[in-house]
Structures are given as C-alpha cells and as structure tokens.
Design a protein. Structure first.
Length: 586
C-alpha cells in the first residue's frame, strides 16, 4: 500500500497485556512499520500504553488533544469507539467485534462505519442476527499473531510433555494443575487468575511442550510451537490437531468450541493424545495462516474500500445526529429502575448495606477494645469482683456483648464475586462462655492458603467486610484440599477461632477441621473437627484445650461444593486467645 494514512485506533484499556490490548498493540506497531501514522485512544492507560509510546506511537486518553482529524477510525469497544465517531463526525471508520457476549464489544450504529469486522463466526452472528447489521457490511477476519515477537524454540518438543503452561483464562483452573501433577509434568500458570501477568508471554511459551488456553492465548501457544489443549473456565474443547484446526480457528478457539465439561480425568486423557510430530505440523500451519502481516494486508485493503471504494459510507448531518442519540440512549446509565441497567439499583443497595455493616464492625471493634481495657483493670482490682481467694474467671454473656455492639440487626452485604453470595451482617450467637477471649493481633504474620497464595488469602484477615478469599480448588476438589490459615511470628496460645462465611451453600463449608503446627517441615496436628449449622454465617469454633503454635489453618471437610463452579469463599478468619486467669489467692 503506497498511501500513508493517519489511523485512530480505540480500545477500552491499555493497562495490562490482555486480549484486545495485545491486538491493538500489535496492530499499531505493524501499521507503524508499514509507514502509517497510528494514534491510539484509550481512557485507561498503563503498561501497554507505555510500551507503545516507547516505540514512537502516539497514545492519548483525551480525544480533545487531537489537533487534526485522522484519515480513518479503527474502532474497538463501543464506548471509546463511539466517542471517536462523535468527536470526528466526518471521518469514515471500521468497527471490530471480538466477543459474542461482552457488552462492550457490541456494535455501535454510526453512518461513518463502512465495515464491521468479526473475529469469528459467533461474532458475525452477533452483528447480523442480534444487532441487525447488514450482512454485506460484515467481514470476518480471524485473529493473528506477530511472529516477529516469537523467539526460536531452544529445543524441539519432547517425546512426552515435560513442561506445561496454563495461559490467560485457563490460568485459574485447578483441574489442569492436578492433571499435570498426576502425570509428573512441570506446571505453571500465566494470567490474571494466577496473579502473574507477563508482558511478553511468548518468551516463556517457547520453552514449553504443552499450553492450555483459549481464543488468542491458544493461537499464541500454537505459533510458539507448542501442543495446545483448548479450554478455559467456560469449558473444554481438547487437543488441537490437523483434523480440527480449521473448525477451531473459525470459532477463534473460543466460546463455541468449549462444549465439554472440564474434569481432571478428561484433562489427563487429552494430555495422553500428545504427539510432538503432529503438534509441530499444526504449529507450522498456524504460523502460516495466522501471520500478522496477512491480517495487516486485509486491513489495508479494507481501509481503501471504506475511504474510496465500494464500502465508502454516505453521511448526512441528520443521520449522524440520530446515531449520536441512539448511542447515548443505549450506552448511558439511566434511572436505577431501568431494566437495562439493573446494577445501578443493586449498587446503591449494596453500598448502603456495606456502610451499615462497616459501621457495625467499627462499633464492635471499639467495644472489644474497651472490653480488653476493662478486663486488664479488673485483674488489677480483684476485690471489686469478690474473687479474692478463688480461681474463678470472669464470665462474659455473648448475647449481651452482641447487643452492646449494636450489630444484632439484619444488616447484610452482597459481595460482587463469582459466588453472588449474601453474607449476614450480624455474628452468630455463640453459647455463653466461661472465660474471656482476646483477639490475637496479626501484625508481623502472614496469610496462608491452599493454591500457593491463590485468591489473595490476606483478604480474609484485613478485618474488612467487603473482601474475601476464594479458593483455587473448585467443585469436588474443595473437600480435603482447600484450606485457609495464618502464620504468627511467634507461638500463640489459641483457644477460639471465629469463621465468617457466605450463606450460599456452594461457597461455604458446613464441616471444617482446625489444624496447627510450628514449622513448614512438621506434620499438621488436628485441634478440632467442627460442624457448622447451615444457617450460620459467623461461627465460633472453640478448641477442646488451648494450644500454642505458630501456624494455624482451617481445612474444608464437607461436600458443599457440588458444582464445577463452586469454591470456598471465607469472608474472615479470626483467632482468639483465652485471657489469663486471676492469680489464686490474690
């Protein structure tokens, strides 16, 4: 293409290297190599934006900064795409849809758009059959990979897979880790779900034999020369072969491929089909068909068709005004009761409940602090309690404590999480106790959990009502495998634990075991097995006898998690030490 164009690309975010962020990055750099002037607009900037700027690409987060209009708009995502079309009402455009279901990927209806691009057949169906786009205006262009970024493989594929990586959406699937462990395969996860996002995943993928992933992640794995099993938390498609490659690519290795249920046994069976010779042939085909240079050729042809050819749009002032009105009507939040935006009312209610719950927690914490001060004063004045010459301890009425704290009401919170679980705002009333317990301070310690820190276990110890831990284990794997714990900097004498859970049966545990030890190289010892009533959200677990130890954990022992999506999601775990008794004869 001899014509040099100024091309405005839009994307909802340029922060972390995720799906569309990587697409826009590679397109911008590819267009720059070909002599064009790409400009990228996104309201959220970050590492990807910085990488583009370092290569000489203009990146902005405010369209008012553009002093002159581009030649064409290459839009991704309805909100920033619509902003660009409103800002430049006479500039022609193309619009790309990357998802069948994500609302941000839905099309916008502006007369400047000469062509809509779908990355697979599902996206085409969305544009044509759900959004009413003229089929003549829709073009299918599959995803591509910039092969310049991929280094040579340091070695051929092993005869049997030795190293596997769960990539992107597949990174949070415990079935994959368990399947690899069963087969003795070194396993690693790369992606937000695993807490590990890398800017250049291809540098690691070329060292792997097997990649688990979907959509663009699967395609990148193939182009890196790996065998690929297509799966993510939505479902399972299996090993990519020469026979199914065309079908899977037409469906972008995505939603419409993921029709099977993910199980450990299924993963083990599919890994058993691994064939390095077959995988190498599939990888060669992927590199041939999914080369970014070919996609850039197609986009350049499309630009010319929209600018000067058969796809050139006809724009009038009235048609543009109508498009702007429709865009605002479809995309601006309206009244809280609007059925299209139910989250507005839910969010308001959620905020009110959180505030109420937080006030109650603060009041309860203040009361506990006051109680601790009063206790210390009580031991200094034993005569006032009439305990001289006796070993009796102070009895605390838990019902009275709850009422004094002011949190015995019906305040509740709803956590925005995969559980959608309602969490009771008030503590479950424990039986009356015959000793005073003091909350053990957590300073200097660290949170522990199964899954090697997956799900941010520290959230269960931050004393906030709006955060929680989510176990990596799912479904039947939760029982006996999921656990949450804490390591104190020194041995603490623990007599009670208080566990707060949601009341959604699939995301709580009705039977837990408390265990303890001092060091990592010691076996865990059982302190108590506690059955929790199903209607109880805040549970007081008393040990048979107080125990001193550094490390403590609570292990899931029930079958609550019966569906594949179920997990264990404790809101908080607190430790309490029995107060010292008054000295005899004092």
């Amino acid at each position: 293409m001899n014509r040099r164009l100024t091309i405005l690309l839009t994307n909802i975010a340029l922060a972390e290297p995720a799906g569309s962020e990587v697409v826009v990055r590679d397109l911008a750099l590819g267009l720059l190599r070909r002599g064009h002037r790409p400009i990228v607009y996104s309201p959220t900037l970050g590492a990807v934006a910085d990488a583009l700027v370092s290569r000489g690409v203009t990146v902005i987060d405010d369209l008012r900064k553009l002093g002159e209009p581009p030649d064409i708009i290459h839009g991704h995502h309805c909100i920033p795409g619509g902003e660009a079309l409103i800002r430049f009402p006479h500039v022609p455009a193309i619009y790309v849809c990357h998802s069948f279901e994500v609302w941000l990927e839905g099309p916008i209806h502006f007369p400047q758009i000469g062509a809509y691009v779908a990355v697979d057949e599902a996206c085409r169906d969305r544009l044509v059959h759900r959004e009413g786009i003229d089929p003549k205006c829709v073009v299918v262009l599959h995803n591509a990979v910039d092969l310049r970024r991929i280094p040579p493989r340091p070695r051929p594929l092993e005869e049997r897979p030795k190293r596997a990586v769960a990539f992107a959406k597949a990174a949070g699937m415990p079935e994959l880790r368990l399947a690899c462990g069963r087969l003795g395969i070194e396993y690693e996860a790369i992606g937000a779900a695993a807490g590990r996002v890398v800017a250049q995943p291809e540098q690691e993928l070329v060292h792997c034999d097997l990649v688990f992933g979907s959509a663009r992640a699967a395609l990148e794995g193939l182009c890196c020369g790996c065998a690929v099993i297509v799966c993510d938390n939505r479902g399972f498609a299996g090993l990519v072969t020469q026979q199914n490659f065309a079908t899977l690519r037409a469906r972008n290795f995505g939603l419409r491929c993921l029709s099977e249920v993910v199980t450990v046994d299924r993963c083990v069976a599919e890994i058993g089909r691994y064939d390095p010779a077959e995988a190498s042939l599939v990888a060669e085909r992927a590199r041939e068909e999914a080369n970014l240079e070919k996609l850039l050729d197609e986009f350049e042809k499309l630009y010319l068709e929209v600018l000067d050819g058969a796809r050139q749009p006809q724009v009038t002032a009235e048609s543009h005004h109508q498009a702007v009105t429709r865009f605002l009507h479809e995309n601006l939040p309206r009244r809280p009761g609007d059925a299209r935006w139910p989250w507005l009312a839910e969010r308001e209610q959620f905020q009110r409940e959180i505030q109420s719950y937080q006030r109650a927690v603060v009041e309860f914490s203040d009361y506990l602090d006051k109680m601790e001060r009063d206790q210390a004063k009580t031991w200094r004045q034993p005569e006032a309690l009439g305990t001289r010459g006796s070993n009796k301890t102070v009895a605390i009425d838990a019902d009275q404590l709850e009422n004094s704290a002011g949190i015995g009401g019906t305040a509740a919170m709803r956590a925005q999480s995969p559980t959608s679980a309602a969490i009771s705002g008030g503590p479950t009333r424990p039986p009356k106790v015959d000793a005073l317990f003091i909350r053990v301070r957590m300073e200097g310690g660290r949170a522990l959990s199964s899954g090697e820190g997956y799900g941010a276990p520290q959230r269960a110890f931050d004393r906030r009502s709006d955060t929680f831990w989510v176990s990596q284990e799912r479904g039947a794997l939760v029982r006996d495998n999921a656990w949450l714990g804490f390591e104190f900097p020194a041995r603490e004498r623990i007599g009670r634990l208080v566990l707060t859970q949601p009341n959604n049966a699939g995301f709580r545990q009705d039977l837990v075991e408390v265990q303890y030890r001092d060091r990592d190289d010691e076996e865990w010892c059982s302190a108590v097995l506690a059955r929790i009533p199903r209607d109880e959200t805040k549970s007081f677990i008393d040990l048979r006898e107080p125990v001193r130890a550094c490390q403590w954990r609570v292990v899931a022992r029930s079958d609550n998690a019966i569906e594949e999506a179920h997990a264990w999601t404790p809101v908080s775990l607190e430790f309490f030490s029995p107060a010292a008794r008054g000295p005899a004869g004092s």
